[in-house]
Design a binder for this molecule. Structure first.
Ligand code: KIV
Length: 271
């Protein structure tokens, strides 16, 4: 029996049961094999191969430029590492907004070519037809409401969403619409904690918050942010556990100085 068969994989049903039991869901992003292996082995429930790869991996200012092919590359690297957690993959900007057939084709490519277990899409009622069509093909879909970075040029800013009643009311309708369309969960990004708590109580599916307070069924953060790799990015919702930017910089400086001083390789570091 291989090790893989001994590990019980987390599924969308597991997340549903966790919500029922009141057990919080821990989700983090990952985009490559090495980090995803550490994240999975450390006990994360869900890895999101987020289109934030566009920012943290490729250095773009927004999530808009990343392509479907690039998402598939990142996702397949993560899938090879993740033995236990559920792997959710973002459908990138431009790969699903056109129509439901395009959305389905993009989702099928993600599943077939990366081996991911589910896809995530941004938006509410306006994308429900696409959500339902993707689900008809047997592909689990996660929604994403509140601050939806693929619409940054419509919003014009990354500030908190749904503070006003009209936008909060729309968000409440959107989350119900996504649930009715068949989503297995929804990310709530940067909305007031009270609203997120209310929305969480109003739906059967798990809510995963980022900057949405403690009332959600789970939390998600960008792994590079919690490790302190994204220097200078310190939003209020972020808890930074390490300062790897400084630590890695220090290690590289030591290596450079060892090489320059002919101190590396030493006697035991050669053949
Ligand atoms: O792309 C991403 O990393 C995300 C999370 C911030 C939720 O969508």
């Amino acid at each position: 029996m291989s090790v893989n068969t001994l590990i019980k994989r987390i599924t969308t049903n597991t997340l549903q049961d966790m919500k029922m039991r009141g057990e919080k869901i821990a989700m983090l992003t990952s985009y490559d094999y090495s980090l995803a292996k550490i994240v999975d082995e450390a006990g994360i429930d869900v890895i999101l191969v987020g289109d934030s790869a566009s920012n943290v991996m490729a250095g773009h200012e927004t999530t808009l430029p990343i392509t479907l092919d690039q998402m598939i590359y990142h996702a397949s690297s993560v899938v090879r590492a993740a033995k236990r957690c559920l792997v959710v993959v973002d459908l990138p900007f431009g790969s699903y907004q056109g129509n439901s057939k395009e959305a389905l084709n993009s989702a099928i490519r993600i599943m077939k070519e990366s081996g991911g277990h589910a896809v995530k899409v941004e938006g509410g009622q306006e994308i429900c037809e696409s959500v339902a069509r993707i689900i008809t093909a047997g592909i689990p879909v996660m929604g994403h409401l509140g601050l939806t970075p693929q619409s940054i040029h419509k919003f014009g800013t990354y500030t908190v969403r749904a503070k006003e009643e009209a936008e909060a009311d729309k968000l409440k309708k959107d989350v119900l619409a996504l649930q009715e369309a068949g989503c297995f969960g929804v990310v709530l990004e940067k909305i007031p904690a009270k609203l997120a708590e209310e929305v969480t109580a109003s739906v059967r599916i798990p809510t995963i918050g980022i900057g949405a307070g403690p009332g959600c069924d789970g939390q998600v953060l960008v792994v590079h942010d919690i490790l302190g790799l994204t220097k200078g990015f310190k939003p209020r919702f972020l808890r930074q556990y390490l300062d790897l930017y400084e630590q890695i910089g220090g290690a590289v400086k030591s290596y450079v100085s060892d090489v320059k001083a002919s101190d590396f390789p030493g006697e035991k570091e050669q053949y």
